[in-house]
Design a binder for this molecule. Structure first.
Ligand code: TYD
Ligand code: MG
Length: 451
């Protein structure tokens, strides 16, 4: 047998070299290369995989059994619950609320009679208990353990009744005895995830791995795991606000467009079933410079307020600042309003803010942003029951966007009466039945004339 040799793995990007270097050739990070001895050999063996015909599987098989957490906003994102035996990675910045969300989900499941195991590698059992007690979950029969050794964890999980759900918080703290490198290294994270994955597939227990990622998603651990797991969920939020969004960026058993919205309260995470109402709460509808965008977050319509402030500048080069909006898109909208809308903005400071700590990244936000800008410049408030959606082209034309029907329905549901949109936007009878009058416009000059 060949002698096993050490490899040198970049902890930033996962690149492998056969000697130590001060700087990774692949991602150019300094001091990120760590010596690691080889992990467990790959489990794939020739001759094991008997092929099946895809054809023979058609339609007849029962739908994959799923485990619903009972938290609707969570189940929506996973596509109706975790598929039995699937492995999900839940990523997010430290402190965003991953542990809180999962302990709440575990408690819900355990109360309904499933065996649920929550393994914390970061907190002691008493700490997890205290948190659960504070959240009013102390009575839920969740099995808690504080452990970091994967072999021990799997031994615990294999005794007794099959666990419906096993939560590993977090994958960076886990280590496998047979691999000789410290926890958190790429090799350990990969080996631990592999062992847990095999356990899930062979027993049918669903597994959730928690993974910490930094602001730019640069920790190597979770990145490596993303390729191995069935679903990758990310928990995002804005530190200054209490909203949290759960999204799926990969899901082998469902769509990835769904999002779940939560609010961090003193009693843990509360579901936000109607985010539009929350985001529009407290808006000053009569003030100039505020427009409501009928936007989409993935597959979900969401009404968001876009606020603009346009004021004469005392600086040689006027200021342009954005929060929650792309600055290049703002520059483009301003240029189009000058060239095709007849506005003079060159001597004005321009600020654009998306309320509630949200981001408005889709092209459909152009029209709402333009309406807010024009309204602030002219000092004329926009009609309080009007929403906007449409993309603005460099020619000044307002272009159609996707999901017009869902946007109109959401606007109708929240009591809006009129929607300003592109005149080339196709609407079917069903869309028109949303109770919202469509005001179709061709270009930005029509928008300016309206305000
Ligand atoms: P936590 O779930 O520990 O985050 P993560 O596991 O992603 O690191 O949540 C940490 C934050 O959530 C903490 O800073 C305080 C806040 N929090 C509340 O506001 N209310 C609560 O009821 C709980 C449990 C936490
Ligand atoms: Mg945590």
């Amino acid at each position: 047998m060949a002698k096993s040799r050490s490899t040198f793995v970049c902890q930033n990007c996962g690149a492998i070299t056969n000697r130590w270097q001060g700087r990774c050739d692949s991602c150019h990070e300094w001091n990120s290369i760590v010596e690691e001895t080889p992990g467990t050999p790959s489990a794939a063996r020739l001759g094991r995989g008997r092929p099946f015909n895809l054809e023979g599987l058609s339609g007849e098989g029962p739908a994959a059994p799923r485990l619903r957490t009972g938290i609707d906003e969570f189940d929506r994102v996973t596509g109706g619950g975790f598929v039995l035996g699937s492995v999900t990675l839940l990523g997010g910045e430290p402190g965003i609320g991953k542990s809180t969300l999962l302990i709440q989900a575990c408690a819900e499941l355990a109360r309904r009679g499933s065996r649920v195991i929550y393994i914390s590698g970061e907190e002691a059992v008493t700490q997890v208990r205290l948190r659960a007690a504070r959240l009013g979950l102390a009575d839920a029969p969740v099995e808690l353990a504080s452990a970091t050794q994967v072999e021990d964890i799997l031994a615990t999980c294999s005794t007794g009744r099959r666990a419906a759900l096993i939560v590993i918080d977090s994958i960076q703290t886990m280590h496998v005895e047979s691999v000789d490198s410290s926890p958190g290294t790429v090799t350990q994270v990969r080996a631990s995830a592999q062992a847990l994955l095999r356990h899930g597939k062979s027993t049918g227990s669903s597994i959730i791995l928690v993974g910490h990622v930094t602001k730019d998603g640069q920790v190597a651990g979770p990145r490596v795991v993303e390729h191995m797991v069935d679903a990758v969920l990310s928990f995002e939020g804005d530190g200054a606000h209490h909203f949290r969004m759960l999204r799926a960026s990969k899901n082998r058993f469902g769509a990835t467009g769904e999002i779940g919205v939560f609010e961090m309260t003193g009693l843990g995470l509360a579901e936000v079933a109607n985010p539009s109402a929350l985001f529009l709460a407290g808006r000053d509808a009569g003030a100039p410079g505020a427009a409501v965008l009928a936007g989409m977050e993935g597959q979900r319509p969401m009404l968001i307020e876009i606020q603009a402030l346009v004021a004469p500048s005392s600086l040689g080069t006027p200021r342009r600042a954005v929060v929650g909006f792309d600055s290049n898109r703002l520059a483009m909208i301003l240029a189009v309003l000058e060239a095709h809308g007849g506005l003079k903005l060159g001597a004005h400071d321009v600020y654009l803010n998306v309320a509630g700590g949200m981001r408005a990244d889709e092209p459909a936000a152009d029209l709402a942003a333009a309406a807010a800008l024009v309204s602030s410049l002219t000092g004329a408030p926009l009609p309080p029951t009007q929403v906007y959606f449409g993309e603005i082209g460099l020619s000044g034309a307002v272009r159609p966007v996707i999901h017009a029907g869902a946007r109109l329905k959401e606007a109708g549901k929240l009591g809006f009466a009129r929607a300003v949109l592109s005149q080339t936007q196709q609407l079917n009878d069903d869309d028109k039945g949303a109770g919202v009058t469509a005001r179709a416009i061709g270009d930005v000059s029509a928008l300016v004339a309206e305000i």
